[in-house]
Structure formats: structure tokens, C-alpha cells
Design a protein around this ligand. Structure first.
Ligand SMILES: Cc1cc2nc3c(=O)[nH]c(=O)nc-3n(C[C@H](O)[C@H](O)[C@H](O)COP(=O)(O)O)c2cc1C
Length: 177
């Protein structure tokens, strides 16, 4: 294949099929929601997820102080709300009421589950070594809540520039070897 030079800052467009998620956080009497596309699975046992959360986000302060969050996965029908959550700040907006998400109590952490999302993972900071250098959080999922149907809900993945990919058909592939 003939390939052309490509801007390094845009390579994420080819690497990001991960569902865009909503991260909820809480500290003292404040709670918040932010949209997150940049994260990666790091280990299965313990269940570790690495995430980039910009330092200027209101969520950054709530999460670093509480050392907890919930990663909620919305299906594609919530796409407009997901974008709205990612385009305003909890510093001056109550996104639960203004955008329309319902907070439900979690089992272990103080951050709420989002009722409208089909999966919610309660997380605690597992390792904070990379936060100062890269705003990179390593969370352990300590409890997971997942709706039983549909088995593979349609999700959205962010490619930048307001472009999203809809998740597609599920196929099972076995190696011939
Ligand atoms: C689709 C989408 C994906 C985003 N992904 C991330 C992300 O992975 N990390 C991040 O720090 N900000 C991300 N953002 C930006 C934050 O969601 C945005 O700055 C938000 O307003 C922060 O809210 P807060 O200030 O209430 O915490 C994303 C925004 C959108 C729309």
C-alpha cells in the first residue's frame, strides 16, 4: 500500500474504536459528569483502565481529591447528550439537570451511577504516578453494573473533529491454527 505523510497529532483517528464514556465523580457536596474518549484497558486481574483526564477539567479536581469515579457507557441514542456533557463544565453547570442524566447511588464509591447508561463501572485510583506528568489516571474497576439486554448495545467512538464511529455488527473469528 502506498502511504502518505500524516500529522502525528491526528493518528488517534485510526486508533480509537473504544466507546465514548461518561465519567461521573463526586467530592463533598459536588458531583459531576464528563465525556471521555481517551482510555485503554491495562490489565484484566486486577481490572485496570488507564485514562487521560485534562487537568483543567472540573472533573480532574473531584477525581484527584476523592480518588474515585464511575465510568458509565452510553448507547448511541444518547449521543447528543454525550456531546453536550463534553462541551460544558461542571464548574458552572449542573449537567445532571441541564442535560438530563439521573444519578443513582453506587455500591462502593461516592460518585454516582448514571441510570440512562447500560453499564457503569465503579473505579478507584490504583496508581497515581502518571497523573502529574501526563494527567494519566490508572483506575481499578472495583464493581461493575451491566444491563443484561441488549447483549451488544450500539455505542459511539470519538475520532475528533465532531466525527464519531458507530459500533457495527459483531462477528466471532477463530484462528485456523
Ligand atoms: C467526544 C468527547 C470526548 C472527550 N474525551 C475526553 C477525554 O478522554 N479526556 C478529557 O480530559 N477530556 C475529554 N473531552 C473533553 C471533556 O469532556 C470536556 O472538557 C468537559 O467539558 C469536561 O467537563 P468538566 O469540566 O465538567 O469536568 C471529550 C469531549 C468530547 C466531546
Amino acid at each position: 500500500m502506498i502511504k502518505k505523510d500524516f500529522p502525528v497529532e491526528d493518528v488517534r483517528r485510526f486508533l480509537e474504536p473504544t466507546p465514548t464514556v461518561l465519567v461521573t465523580s463526586a467530592y463533598k457536596d459536588k458531583q459531576n459528569i464528563m465525556t471521555m474518549g481517551w482510555y485503554t484497558v491495562m490489565e484484566f486481574v486486577p481490572s485496570l483502565i488507564g485514562c487521560m483526564i485534562t487537568g483543567s477539567n472540573y472533573s480532574f479536581g473531584l477525581i484527584t481529591k476523592s480518588r474515585e469515579c464511575v465510568i458509565n457507557i452510553p448507547s448511541s441514542d444518547l449521543a447528543k447528550k454525550v456531546v453536550a456533557v463534553g462541551n460544558c463544565s461542571g464548574a458552572d453547570t449542573d449537567k445532571f439537570t441541564s442535560i438530563g442524566f439521573t444519578a443513582e447511588p453506587a455500591s462502593i464509591v461516592k460518585a454516582p451511577l448514571l441510570k440512562e447508561c447500560f453499564a457503569s463501572f465503579e473505579c478507584k485510583i490504583h496508581d497515581s504516578k502518571l497523573i502529574n506528568a501526563y494527567n494519566f489516571f490508572i483506575f481499578e474497576v472495583v464493581r461493575a453494573h451491566v444491563a443484561s439486554r441488549p447483549k451488544f448495545p450500539e455505542t459511539i467512538a470519538y475520532r475528533g473533529d465532531s466525527q464519531f464511529v458507530l459500533s457495527g455488527k459483531n462477528i466471532r473469528i477463530h484462528s485456523d491454527k
